[in-house]
Design a protein around this ligand. Structure first.
Ligand SMILES: [Fe+2]
Length: 349
């Protein structure tokens, strides 16, 4: 056995965990730069809780709420200048993957400690050293990866996910499931994280009836957030694979939500991997389903009517995907023709 395990995120999970642990913020710094999106952090109560916690410990803060979905690297440079001019010495990211990844990009150069507060159950960004940004220069999304952007603290309160739409809940759940599956199948998977991956897959599997009905009990919201966190720990060690490499051009060019983009290619990726790996059976076994084809039927029900791609788009996206660094984590190692076939099969009319 041989592995490396590193998980430096001090993690708090549960109702009101931010206010209950206000005393954690002075450990991070003296002034906070809060990075979030336009309105969701106000709607779901997370921003109010952060303000309350900071007030409890007399920490001043500046709010930067200009983060758009799929943040662009140039905008992050501008935001980093604002952070620097504010005199803040730590960053608080609140939101889905985009604000959390933005917070990491803003914190990266100095580097500053980060507190991550996820308000969706999908990216697992609160547990990873990755920031996924949009690079217009290469017409794609790409991840920055460095240990200095591991959040110092993560606060996971399932209450913030209660106000998510059914669509966002489903898409983010598919993203988390994809992380757990890809991390489990990655060549970089380790004995430490495989049980996390299987537990995450099992928990999300238990939520599928509600995901299909698009109606969620609070217990299910909590389960999805926990499963997403576990999957984050998995990809922090094992990385993602061809699914994410293929999903990024779908998001960049077709504006398909990240989780949905992964979901669209996940079934045919599993068909591809299954040819050489018995590990795919571990996944369907723990979900209590008969095999990959049943998995594909579940995805079909979750995704509904699928987008279409032209031949030209398939050619362009294949070229982009095969150049992705997470292709190297994929076994069997796909050729360009394999990636093309997964795209073709996934978007067959
Ligand atoms: Fe993802």
């Amino acid at each position: 056995m041989e592995f490396r395990y590193y998980m430096p995120v001090k993690t708090f999970f549960g109702k009101d965990c931010i206010v209950k642990n206000s005393g954690e913020f002075p450990l991070l710094g003296k002034k906070a730069f809060i990075v979030t999106g336009k309105s969701s952090a106000e709607k779901n109560g997370s921003l109010a809780d952060v303000k309350k916690a900071l007030d409890n410990v007399n920490i001043p803060y500046v709010i930067y709420n200009k983060i758009e979905p799929n943040p662009e690297v140039e905008d992050m440079r501008k935001a980093a200048v604002c952070a620097s001019e504010s005199g803040a010495d730590f960053i608080i990211g609140i939101g889905g993957g985009s604000p959390l990844d933005a917070a990491k990009a803003i914190a990266k150069n100095t580097p500053l400690p980060i507190a991550a507060i996820p308000t969706t159950a999908g990216t697992g960004s609160e547990m990873t050293p990755y920031s996924i940004l949009t690079f217009d220069k290469i017409r794609n999304k790409k991840s920055i990866s460095t240990e200095s952007i591991f959040p110092a603290a993560a606060f996971l309160d399932p209450a913030y996910t209660e106000t998510l739409s059914a669509e966002v809940t489903v898409n983010t759940a598919i993203d988390a499931l994809s992380h757990a599956i890809e991390g489990y199948l990655s060549v970089r998977s380790t004995d430490v994280v495989k049980p996390y991956a299987l537990e995450s897959i099992k928990l999300i599997g238990e939520c599928i009836p509600e995901l299909e009905k698009r109606s969620f009990k609070s217990d299910t919201r909590e389960k999805l957030l926990y499963a997403s966190m576990l999957a984050g720990i998995v990809i922090a060690h094992a990385g993602t694979t061809a699914v994410h490499a293929m999903g990024y051009p779908l998001t960049y060019h077709k504006h398909i939500d990240h989780g949905r983009a992964n979901g669209l290619v996940l079934y045919h990726y599993l068909k591809f991997v299954e040819r050489e790996s018995e590990k795919v059976k571990d996944i369907t076994d723990i979900m209590g389903i008969s095999g990959v084809d049943e998995f594909g039927e579940i995805l079909d029900r979750l995704l509904g009517v699928k987008e279409m791609l032209t031949e030209q788009e398939i050619t362009e996206f294949t070229k982009t995907a095969i150049a992705g660094k997470n292709i190297a984590n994929t076994r069997p190692q796909p050729e360009e023709s394999d990636i093309r076939k997964i795209f073709e099969d996934s978007f067959r009319r």
